[in-house]
Design a protein around this ligand. Structure first.
Ligand code: SF4
Ligand code: SF4
Length: 345
């Protein structure tokens, strides 16, 4: 793999070059809320303050609310117009944990079924990773098989080495994208040594650890332990924030907006943390809070890995940072009883 580099001073030029052909999204701050948003063509101050987004980049593929189609009454029938995102996009600055989260969502929306709304956005979007240089205390990516500089799920990977970024070309598309960019040079041996040093330093900054060894078996064994799950769920107030902001959660609801002759269908984020999420005409299998908290944890660490072979938690720490009552998934994972009799499902 060829490693290249670019001076930070040349980043405006690089993004502007990419912007000629694609919409460039970068970390942006609006009233304190950070999310990936369209670049204005000038401002790269995020390189100074950015740690991670509050709203995860899944919102660029599975928006909080999106129009699926509109329909119109014509005589005796209806015509339908399907909404589709076709713009070419480049997301610059995605963190390794969030790129992994997109790879996890790909399994749901591209591999096990083809969701046309997700696929049209995903196929037209390149992911340009930016390694972390200041992880939060709540981050635990190294316990989820990742690292703050992991490059597996992006097209190009940028690592900060001071005045420059080193760039690894991960995919052919990434290599092609870089080939057309001015201001990019080949890295020297000394630069590559700096890359290794920068990586080792930042990995050491992720100090929160959680033991996920045999976690599937442990969760299976504890599934019926209602005492444990009631205690684990005790302080949760079911606000749903942890799931809405989780980069790998993908529950959605669908609703129609109707007027006399036309209407639109929308889908928007939903959460298994809400008590009415599983409400059915005859019953609600997760009416009690502890069942919903158990579902959230087991979905990520038991059901998803059993179905897809990968844990659906990247250790991004958003659920810890955003919880209004300091509920902490690492404490729950760290205290799952090893063996319990099945009492209550
Ligand atoms: S953010 Fe905290 S309080 Fe809200 S649902 Fe999640 S765990 Fe419960
Ligand atoms: S469960 Fe929490 S730490 Fe894991 S991916 Fe979701 S928000 Fe991040």
């Amino acid at each position: 793999m060829t490693i290249k580099k670019i001076s930070k001073k040349d980043m405006v030029k690089l993004l502007a070059d990419w912007g000629l052909d694609s919409t460039v999204l970068i970390p942006s701050r609006d009233e304190g809320v950070i999310e990936m948003a369209e670049w204005d063509g000038k401002d790269i101050s995020f390189l100074e303050w950015y740690r991670n987004t509050v709203i995860p980049p899944k919102s660029s593929f599975l928006p909080p609310m999106e129009e699926m189609f509109t329909f119109q009454k014509n005589g005796n029938g209806y015509s339908i117009e399907v909404s589709a995102e076709q713009r070419k996009r480049i997301i610059f600055g995605i963190r390794p944990c969030d790129a992994k989260a997109i790879a996890i969502l790909d399994k749901v929306f591209m591999d096990s079924c083809e969701d046309p709304y997700y696929v049209s956005k995903r196929k037209n979007t390149m992911l340009i990773g930016l390694g972390c240089n200041k992880p939060y205390d709540s981050c635990f990516c190294t316990s989820s098989g990742l690292s703050p500089t992991e490059s597996a799920d992006v097209d190009l990977m940028f690592t900060d080495i001071g005045d420059d970024f080193l760039i690894e070309e991960i995919t052919d598309e990434g290599e092609e994208l870089l080939a057309t960019a001015g201001a990019v040079k080949k890295a020297s041996q000394a630069d590559v040594a700096s890359l290794k040093k920068a990586r080792a330093a930042v990995e050491g900054m992720v100090t929160r650890k959680v033991d996920t060894k045999n976690i599937i078996e442990k969760l299976q064994a504890s599934f019926g332990d209602s005492d444990y799950w009631e205690k684990a769920a005790d302080k949760c107030i079911s606000c749903g924030v942890c799931t809405l902001l989780c980069p790998t959660c993908y529950c959605f609801d669908i609703c129609d907006e109707l007027t006399k002759k036309h209407g639109a269908r929308y889908r928007g984020w939903d959460s298994c943390g809400f008590s009415i999420y599983t409400k059915m005409p005859m019953e609600n299998p997760r009416e009690e809070k502890w069942r919903r908290v158990r579902q959230k944890v087991c979905h990520k660490y038991e059901f998803f890995p059993m179905n897809y072979g990968v844990i659906a938690c990247t250790g991004c720490g958003r659920c810890i940072r955003s919880c209004p009552v300091n509920w902490d998934i690492t404490h729950v994972l760290g205290s799952v009883p090893v063996e319990q009799p099945i009492k209550n499902r």
